[in-house]
Design a protein around this ligand. Structure first.
Ligand code: PHE
Length: 340
């Protein structure tokens, strides 16, 4: 009697477990059969009513059925757990072989890029690239460039003086003299670098900016040589023929001295804010090397002549990219720097 009941219970419970369509269904079956008030608990209560002689066998059967049902439940639960894990693994899949995004690579500052471009051009025309100290002596920055101590041209270059009597070079021209000493005539050299002036800062003035000095010393150098190299430089940089003009300009280390202007490339000479409506932009002071300066460099002005120019690298970059505020260059602002 009890045996038959147990067998039937086992079959129906196994069927229920098999049919359970979700973990919730399965839990319901478990409570119905194995729960504290479930079907098996009911049967075990009836045990007391059967004759003692049959009790041991019935108890064993009860345990066997219980065990079988628990196993079936667990197996089904494990199935659900595995399916859930598999679904998660599918959904949260990560491809570890993909390259990581990583930090953004840096790049060269636009002044550096421009400097390298101009260096390449001049090297291709036989010029050496020289370097000079940023902390300079009064001799190289002024005296040897034909600017004696009482000369008003010193005032025009607001100088940062060190307590040692040295100074922060106000231009790259001291490298002219160092270059002549080092190379001797004939020579072709450029000297790019950082220069400093004690200026109050605004959109067009900085205390720190970049120049690129150039010098050529040879027999019978004339203004035509100077113009040829300047026009070649501008063509290379702006990728078109630049219209230039020479105005007289005074620098104690050149004679004659000029200001080389170019037709404003922003407005094509029509007049705009950058050229202050004049159509022309002052780009490059230049001239023929003063005989005194050749002498300071150890070169005989009777035998040799030269031209020199001082290209404003920062100014050139502003022209080329239409940058209207010089303070951007030293700002360290990545939003600005990443555009180049
Ligand atoms: N050194 C001058 C300046 O910074 C520019 C210059 C260079 C002029 C070479 C003539 C020749 O103002």
């Amino acid at each position: 009697m009890l045996t038959g009941k147990l067998a039937a219970l086992r079959e129906s419970a196994l069927a229920g477990i098999g049919a359970a369509a979700s973990p919730e269904d399965l839990e319901r079956v478990r409570v119905d059969v194995l729960g504290r008030k479930g079907a098996l608990a009911q049967v075990s209560k009836d045990m007391g009513k059967i004759p003692p002689s049959e009790r041991a066998a019935a108890g064993q059967l009860l345990n066997a059925v219980k065990l079988a049902l628990e196993e079936a439940l667990e197996a089904k639960q494990r199935g659900y757990a595995e399916a859930e894990l598999r679904a998660r693994l599918d959904a949260e899949w990560i491809d570890l072989t993909l390259p990581a995004p990583g930090p953004r690579p840096g790049s060269l500052h636009l002044i550096t890029q421009l400097r390298e471009e101009i260096e390449d051009l001049f090297v291709s025309m036989g010029f050496a690239v020289l370097d000079g100290p940023e902390v300079e002596s009064e001799y190289y920055n002024f005296d040897a460039l034909n600017i004696p101590a009482d000369h008003p041209a010193r005032d025009a270059q607001d100088t940062f003086w060190m307590t040692s009597g040295h100074l922060l070079r106000t231009h790259t021209s001291p490298v002219q003299v160092r270059g002549m000493e080092r190379l001797g005539p004939p020579l072709r050299m450029i000297a790019p670098g950082r220069v400093f002036r004690n200026e109050s800062i605004d959109a067009s003035h900085e205390h720190t900016f970049y120049q690129l000095e150039g010098m050529m010393v040879d027999r019978e150098i004339s203004v035509a040589h100077l113009l040829y190299f300047m026009k070649t430089l501008l063509r290379e940089i702006f990728h078109r023929e630049a219209t230039v003009r020479l105005r007289p300009g005074f620098f104690p280390f050149v004679e004659p001295g000029f200001e080389l202007d170019i037709h404003c490339l922003i407005c094509d000479g029509r007049g705009c804010a950058v050229c202050k409506q004049s159509g022309w932009v002052e780009l490059m002071p230049c001239g023929l090397v003063h005989p005194n300066v050749l002498r300071y460099g150890g070169i005989d002005p009777e035998q040799w002549g030269g031209f020199a120019f001082g290209l404003g690298l920062t100014r050139l970059a502003m022209m080329r990219y239409g940058i209207d505020d010089i303070r951007q260059f030293q700002s360290g602002d990545l939003r600005f720097l990443r555009q180049f």
